[in-house]
Write a protein that binds this ligand. Structure first.
Ligand code: ZN
Length: 160
């Protein structure tokens, strides 16, 4: 059962990566005929336009291009209420729409959610759960190797 539903963090990453570059061409899953189907497949409620606004706001904040305050409107109306259970008081989120949960997921990932360093060609985001937290590329096999190869070429060119 636990695996049947993607975690909010995993959905957030999928959402952020719905806009990306493929072979130099920008792709946006939330535009065009397949957008509603993409949202359904990922269990994300809302219209493509509304979800795109949420995605672009979070992506802008993660890239350091927008102030975190742009996310405020997505968490308005959300509150935590204490529920006393077997293990004591637990905080339950109320009024949490999908957008609020996405912002909470972003908040919980501070410092671990970042853009791939291959920014000009890739536009993907990554979640780094390693202890060192020093991952720089969405994938070593694509962006990591591509950047290393290019830097090597640049070095050869500048010394040659
Ligand atoms: Zn990448």
């Amino acid at each position: 059962m636990a695996n049947a539903v993607m975690s909010d963090e995993a959905v957030l990453l999928e959402l952020l990566n719905s806009a990306r570059m493929v072979d130099g061409v920008p792709i946006d899953e939330l535009r065009g005929a397949g957008a509603s189907e993409w949202l359904r497949a990922h269990g994300i409620p809302g219209t493509p336009t509304a979800v795109r606004e949420l995605r672009d706001a979070i992506a802008g904040v993660v890239r350091g291009e927008r102030a975190p305050a742009v996310l405020q409107r997505f968490v308005d109306g959300m509150r935590q209420v204490p529920v006393v259970g077997e293990s004591g008081v637990e905080w339950k989120v109320e009024g949490g729409r999908f957008a609020s949960r996405a912002v909470l997921a972003w908040s919980g990932l501070q410092g671990r959610l970042r853009p791939c360093e291959n920014d000009s060609e890739c536009r993907l985001f990554l979640i780094d759960r390693s202890k060192a937290n020093a991952r720089r590329w969405c994938s070593m096999s694509t962006c990591g190797n591509r950047l290393k190869a290019r830097r090597h070429q640049d070095r050869v060119r500048s010394t040659g």
